[in-house]
Every structure is written in C-alpha cells, then in structure tokens.
Design a protein around this ligand. Structure first.
Ligand code: FAD
Ligand code: SF4
Length: 329
C-alpha cells in the first residue's frame, strides 16, 4: 500500500502553500482522484483537501450574474433556487451526472477537472499517451465507441466526461483561478485544451493553481435553457452525447442562442458554428437541423463511433425545437 499525506487547510493561502510540496494535489470530494489512486493512475504524495476553504457559497456576482464557490457540492448546486430559475440548463446537467451519493460529495472544482473515462487511461497495464506520454493511443484502433468525433488528434481521441462543464461552456462561465501569479478569471473555453501532441495536459492551469469559483454571466435568456443527455442506461451513466442549449426568440426569429455539446470532443464543445448559423434566422426545426449539420460537418468519426453524428444532430434539433415551443406557449 502506498503511503500519502493529508492536510485540510481552512485558509486559501495555506492551501496554495501546501500544494507547493513535491507530489501534492488538491482533493475535492475525491470521487475521481481517489478512484484513480486506487487504480495506480495517480500517485500523489500529499492530498490537500480544499473542502475546508471558504469557497462553499453561491452568491450574486458584481456583474449581475452568480458566483459559485469551487467547493460547493454538486447536489447543492443543482438544488439552488437561483440556479434553477436563472440557469436551469446547469441544474439539469448536474442532475444528469453520476448518482445522488456521488453528487453529495463531488465539488464544482473537482467536477471541472475530472479526467477522461477512456478505458485505456484507467488501465495501467495498457499504453496510453495521456497517462504515459509517448506510449501510443490504443483507442484509435481499439475500443472507441464513446470517443471523440471532433477535436481529437492522432495522439488522443478521449472525450471530456463532465456534464456540468457542457452547461458552463454554453453559458459562457468564467473560472476564477488563483496561482503564484495571483488571481485570474479564465473563460471556461480557455480552461480546457485539445490534445494536439500533448494529450497528457488536459487544461491550461499552471501547476498548483487553485480553482476558487465559477462565475455565471447575467445571461438574459438563461432562464429558457435545457440539457439533454443520451446514455446507454437510464440509471447513472456517462453521456454518449449531450446538448446544453439556451434560446431567445423574438417575432419568430432567433435573437440569442448558446449551445454546448458533450461526449463529442476532448473538451466540452461550444457549438460556435451552429450558433452563428442560427442567430437572426427563423426559429424553426428545419433551421435547427441545418445548424446542427453545419456544426458537425467537420466530425471525423472513428470505426465505431459514427453513430454520434446523427445522435448529436437529433439531440440539438430536439432540444432547440423544445425551447422554441416554450416561447410560443
Ligand atoms: C460511478 C461514477 C459515475 C459518474 N458519472 C458521471 C456522469 O454521468 N457525469 C459526470 O459529469 N460525472 C460523472 N462522474 C464523475 C463525477 O462527477 C466526478 O468524479 C466529480 O464531479 C469529481 O469531483 P470531486 O470533487 O470528487 O473531484 P476530486 O476527485 O476530488 O478531484 C478531481 C480533480 O480535480 C482537482 N481539484 C479538485 N478541486 C480543485 C480545486 N478547487 N482547484 C484545483 N483543482 C482541484 C483534483 O486535484 C483532481 O485532479 C461519475 C463518477 C463515478 C465514480
Ligand atoms: S484516447 Fe487518449 S486517453 Fe484513451 S488511450 Fe488514447 S491517448 Fe489514452
């Protein structure tokens, strides 16, 4: 059994100092990191538990949106009345993820930084460029039915597993980060990076950077939003495709739209191309289907995951059509 240390600071400065020790890692709810430690994928020397830090509230942000503390539990986030009213897509995405017990433990910061569920990544007896750079990517020719159709590289085609992050990308959230350089607000799309030639780097954070919170902008039409997730069984399971959408319609025309896609790429994917195609055009099922097709035109499926192209096209069309119907009601 491997020995490791454990600390639970109550001040942010102390957490930053503690994580500076060799082999130290932050610990949120531990629902991903501890699993990976048991599998031998992660081997930290010291766990710095962030759940004692004063980052556990959801409160109004200066710009009119909401600031969600990084240690807010997923269950508390999904149950928060302001989140449910102003950003239902986020509450729905969180509730679509994992199980009740897991959501009671999992934190916002940990959810964003959870690692891929690619079976080769979690099996230390197999090669995997993300876990052991330069060893290869057996998923490309092996088991890849739930791998990326967008944004992959010859070195890695894993998908990002978070449901929450898909909603946050659609909402244009800003991640509050603290590191040796000070505090910064990182637009969530810039938090994540595509694998390119360095698939071991999932994100753009500096070593030891602490996520302190996530800020939601005051999106006017955030209240008309929804999350739709396809998965292989009705109880808890990771997505094989998901869509987060927010829609504003004025006189039958799309006056605002936000779209995020999940389980299609190594990052939670903002569907910029579909958004641009829709804005100012008719809010009809035909237009939604055309925009979905435009977004997916660059999809490069592998041998066994081509089903994701029609799946995502249908999910996008359905969820937007449903939101447009709500406007007419
Ligand atoms: C059986 C099962 C099913 C699941 N199904 C789903 C699902 O359907 N959808 C879904 O989205 N997720 C699912 N999950 C994943 C679950 O949502 C994540 O494990 C959880 O959100 C991670 O949060 P955590 O706080 O436990 O993170 P931890 O495991 O504590 O940490 C994860 C990572 O984040 C880092 N970290 C944590 N907090 C911070 C911080 N504040 N600043 C910087 N770094 C930090 C840690 O160092 C670690 O690298 C499932 C998990 C399991 C076990
Ligand atoms: S897809 Fe990525 S995580 Fe999976 S085996 Fe290939 S390199 Fe590893």
């Amino acid at each position: 059994m491997r020995q490791f240390g454990y600390e639970r600071p109550t001040q942010i400065g102390a957490a930053l100092a503690a994580v500076g020790a060799p082999g130290a890692r932050y610990l949120g709810g531990g629902t991903n990191l501890v699993d990976l430690m048991k599998l031998g994928v992660e081997n930290p020397e010291l766990l710095v538990d962030v759940t004692g830090l004063p980052c556990d509230r959801i409160e109004p942000a200066a710009g009119g949106g909401l600031l969600i503390g990084a240690t807010v539990r997923n269950s508390d986030l999904a149950a928060d009345p302001a989140i449910r009213r102003r950003y239902p897509v986020l509450a729905q995405a969180v509730l679509a993820g994992a199980s009740g017990q897991l959501r009671n433990l999992a934190t916002v910061g940990g959810n964003l930084l959870q690692r891929t569920r690619c079976a080769y990544f979690t099996d230390v007896s197999k090669p995997c460029n993300k876990r052991a750079p330069g060893t290869g990517c057996p998923a490309r020719d092996g088991e890849h039915h739930n791998h990326a159709i967008l944004g992959g590289s010859p070195h890695c085609v894993a998908t990002h597993p978070s449901d929450m992050a898909v909603a946050l990308v659609a909402l244009g959230a800003v991640v509050h980060v603290l590191d040796g350089e000070g505090a910064a607000g990182v637009p969530i799309e810039e938090l994540y990076r595509l694998p390119g030639e360095e698939p071991d780097r999932d994100n753009t954070l500096a070593p030891g950077a602490l996520i302190t919170g996530v800020e939601l902008p005051p999106l006017e039409f955030g209240g008309r939003s929804a999350y739709r997730k396809a998965r292989e069984r009705a109880s808890y399971a990771f997505a094989i495709g998901s869509v987060a959408a927010a829609l504003a319609v004025s006189d039958g025309m799309v006056s605002g739209v936000r779209l995020g896609l999940g389980a299609v790429a190594p990052v939670p994917w903002r569907a910029h191309r579909a958004e641009a195609a829709l804005l100012g055009g008719p809010a009809t099922e035909e237009a939604f289907a055309a925009a979905a097709a435009a977004e997916l035109a660059d999809a490069r499926p592998l041998r066994d995951n081509g089903y994701k192209v029609p799946l995502l096209a249908n999910l996008m069309t359905q969820v937007l059509t449903g939101l447009a119907a709500e406007v007419r009601r």
